[in-house]
Write a protein that binds this ligand. Structure first.
Ligand SMILES: [Zn+2]
Length: 57
């Protein structure tokens, strides 16, 4: 029987809690002086910088 090596490596990453791994977050789009919200747009998640992974440090 072949024994399979178990790699004791740390898990490389956790899913980013902000964007839930998508790397994108919904951002409100406002225009004009009244800051009227005209809709939402996908923006880069600044927590993980679009990687979808939670920062480990
Ligand atoms: Zn993120």
């Amino acid at each position: 029987m072949a024994t399979r090596k178990t790699t004791a490596r740390k898990r490389p990453s956790k899913t980013c809690p902000i964007c839930k791994g998508t790397g994108e977050v919904a951002v409100s789009v406002r225009i004009g002086r009244k800051r009227r919200v005209v809709g939402q747009q996908n923006g880069l998640c600044l927590t993980c910088f679009g990687t979808g992974l939670a920062p480990t440090d």
